[in-house]
Design a protein around this ligand. Structure first.
Ligand code: ADQ
Length: 381
């Protein structure tokens, strides 16, 4: 556990990692002004990475393998290699990697510093071959040569402990409460952080479009969206959450169904509730604008044996979960059509797809995923 100066933490974590690299990697298009204040935050990101590298250098045994996780620590591999060339260093990026067009938004020297920081590793890991290719393109554009292997380790879920956790009384209690609200209606469920990249707002628009274009579903279906608070210290995240709540209320008012509102939108941090919502899904909606992997899609098909999955093509999960109804996340009408297809799918079709989806969700559980990253560092590369 490192004691990080609060100003360094705010600059590195909130401003650079979450305020700059997250939107660039997810193509959100709302990058900050690259002014003096931002430059000072970038220096804090450099210092923060340096602090981690020094702490690892102090702790690691000779020849140890070091696994560095995620975009907050992009500069650690090269900083660590400078002081400890004996170590075997792996880095894994949990987000997508920016497209070369989006990456070019960053100041050139910063784009190059990040690429060079990562290329200090012995192996770079990503959830999807698409993100590895994007990294290679960005590195080439920055003028760096990629002589480090780019590897794909698509993280999955371990069904047994997940099912065990979801069978605890606190989850069962919430499943009953949800069932009382849903009644005999089918449940279109989603569970996400309050995060613009998860595209919750367009999901609500798609649900409204479903009711408009297929009024036969009115009263037969409820959209349960559970958003657990994330990054509420960032104004965009607070505004986004408020916009989603307002849209949910608008849809409910439009249908004047005070007794059985068609949308249940909850902003609540309650893991048992998240598991209950996933377990209750007849249709699971995951329509992220971009997502490194998206574990909710995988957990949902494990927890709900009868769920049909509507899944954004722009998730890492879409590589493997090809039996899902795949959608373009910006296309609200197509998402509505996919929700309709999911609701009306035959039992035989849903069950055949479900078996394959569940198998792909469990293909690389966390322990095996971690072991793969360690094994490749032993291979002499
Ligand atoms: P996230 O963007 O957070 O992860 P996701 O992969 O769906 O997205 O993971 C969320 C996790 O949080 C799930 O395991 C979910 O069950 C869990 N969860 C749900 N409710 C919770 C609560 N109230 N409290 C705590 N946890 C809760 C980032 C990337 C993804 C990538 C993962 C893993 O954005 O693309 O799949 O890392 O690499």
């Amino acid at each position: 556990m490192l004691a990080v100066d609060p100003d360094v933490l705010a600059g590195a974590y909130t401003s650079i990692a979450n305020g700059t690299l997250w939107p660039v990697n997810h193509g959100l298009g709302d990058t900050p002004a690259f002014d003096d204040e931002w430059r000072a935050d970038w220096e804090r990101y450099v210092a923060y990475n340096q602090q981690f590298a020094e702490a690892i250098a102090d702790e690691a045994a000779t020849g140890a393998k070091v696994l560095v996780q995620d975009y907050h620590l992009n500069l650690v591999p090269a900083a660590l290699r400078r002081v400890r060339p004996d170590l075997r260093i792996g880095h894994f990026t949990h987000t997508p990697w920016a497209t070369p067009e989006d990456y070019a938004q960053l100041p050139r020297d910063v784009g190059r510093a990040i690429v060079d920081g990562l290329l200090g590793a012995d192996s770079l890991g990503f959830h999807s071959p698409r993100w590895a290719e994007d990294f290679a393109g960005c590195a080439r554009d920055a003028g760096a040569s990629v002589d480090v292997p780019l590897r794909v380790h698509p993280l999955g879920v371990d069904p047994a402990p997940l099912i065990e956790r979801a069978s605890q009384p606190d989850v069962a209690e919430r499943v009953s409460a949800l069932r009382a609200v849903a009644g005999d209606r089918k449940v279109i469920a989603r569970v996400d952080r309050t995060e613009p990249a998860k595209n919750i707002h367009r999901g609500l628009l798609a649900f409204a479009e479903l009711l408009r274009s297929h009024p036969e579903h009115l009263g037969q279906v409820v959209h349960v969206a559970l958003a657990y608070p994330s990054r509420q210290d960032v104004a965009e995240y607070r505004d986004y959450t408020a916009d989603c709540v307002a849209l949910a209320e608008e849809i409910n008012e439009e249908y004047d169904a005070a007794e059985r509102p068609p949308v249940v939108f909850e902003v609540r941090d309650d893991y048992a509730d998240s598991l209950a919502t996933l377990s209750s899904a007849d249709v699971l909606l995951v329509n992220s604008l971009r997502d490194g992997m998206n574990l909710v899609a995988k957990e949902g098909v494990i927890l709900s044996a009868h769920a049909a999955l509507v899944l954004s093509r722009e998730t890492g999960a879409a590589d493997e979960m090809t039996e899902a109804l795949l959608v373009d996340p910006l296309d609200v009408d197509a998402t509505a059509a996919a929700l309709h297809a999911a609701l009306t799918m035959t039992d035989a079709d849903r069950s055949a797809r479900h078996d394959r989806l569940a198998a792909s969700a469990a293909a690389l559980p966390p322990q095996a995923w971690l072991q793969q990253q360690l094994d490749v560092l032993s291979e002499g590369i």
